[in-house]
Design a protein around this ligand. Sequence first.
Ligand code: ADP
Length: 400
Amino acid sequence: MTALDLTLLLALAVSLGLCAWLWARRQPVVIRTVPPPAPAPDQLEALQQPVFLAAADGIDAGVVVVDLARRVRFLNHQVETLLEVGPRPLGQGLIAMLRDHQADALVAESLGDGEPRELALKPIASGRTLRLRCTPLSPGGQVSGALLLIHDVTQISMLERARRDLVANVSHELRTPLASLRLLVETVQSEPPPAITHRMLGQMAQEIDAVTQLVDELHELAQIESGRVTLKLSPTPLLPVVERAIERIRPQAERKQISILAEIHAEQHLALIDADRIGQVLLNLLHNAVKFTLEGGAVVVRAALVTCESPAGGPACDQPGDGDWIQVSVSDTGIGIPSQDLPRIFERFYKVDRARTRHVGGTGLGLAIAKHLVEGHSGRLWADSAEGRGSTFSFTLPVA
Ligand code: ADP
């Protein structure tokens, strides 16, 4: 062994010894990871609590929890139904789910200042009206996310609009006769010749009748709509009901030389009806038929049995319940109804042409009342018409 070999051996031994010493003193290797920004632990825990999950699922509202970055951390099933979106992955931005910048900005503001906020949402896809309430979550005194509650308020806002429309319509309908009455009173006060005074008093009586009719029909509609009208149903032959209604309208028809005919082909069948109420429906349809038919025209009342079998076609069968129905129709040769107005004539206060109907009178409530009454019998009321050629109003009644 040379001196060089000896030196090399010594160096190797020293290195191995050094390595062994270093190995013995080694430190565990730590790989540090940066935790993802997540909601505060207590908030996350709350999202997993069975009570919270059960409440969120059972509540009649959409529930969404977002973190500070407005990422969705929780949502219940109702959210998908209300917003009409498919299943949403957690962690997605709120804006991708709501598709409403105003709502997203509102949540950002609430997260910024810790104040709750509310907003109405109208998702285009669903056509619903939603109310979104955002409540910031600040478990440790510091805002770490927000709870969003989404309620469907479509029904409430429709009722609210109907109420506003009703008030507007009633005041509009009252304004015209009241203005006319004021003018007539002022003229009578100026002491015109007796013949003019007499005529004006007659006009005043007519205006008072119009207002009285409006108030009566409004009251009637309110009673029906609130369910306070109970139908006294009993098996009834239809012919006497039709004849009574025709007799009541005949004087008016004769004044315009309008003929009225009845063709009843369901005599052997009894209808399960409240005879007074169906008489009222018929009278209303006959009254309109005479009112909107020119002198020398004709009105025909028909009744016949129709049998509906699922899936049966035809408007008479477009209702729940197969089987036999008595279909009654009132046809006239009058002015008819333009096709664009036809779907709306059963709405309260709807009149085809206010200028045209002003001199013939009417409240625009008669058909709305008739429709309620027929539907109260489980039947259906509809209209067919050709402008300038006439109209047919038909309804179905259950067979006893
Ligand atoms: P009104 O008291 O004005 O007659 P209705 O509710 O009975 O109120 O009818 C609503 C509107 O439908 C009428 O104003 C009229 O424009 C139209 N209408 C109803 N029946 C007929 C008919 N037989 N022919 C033409 N138009 C009709």
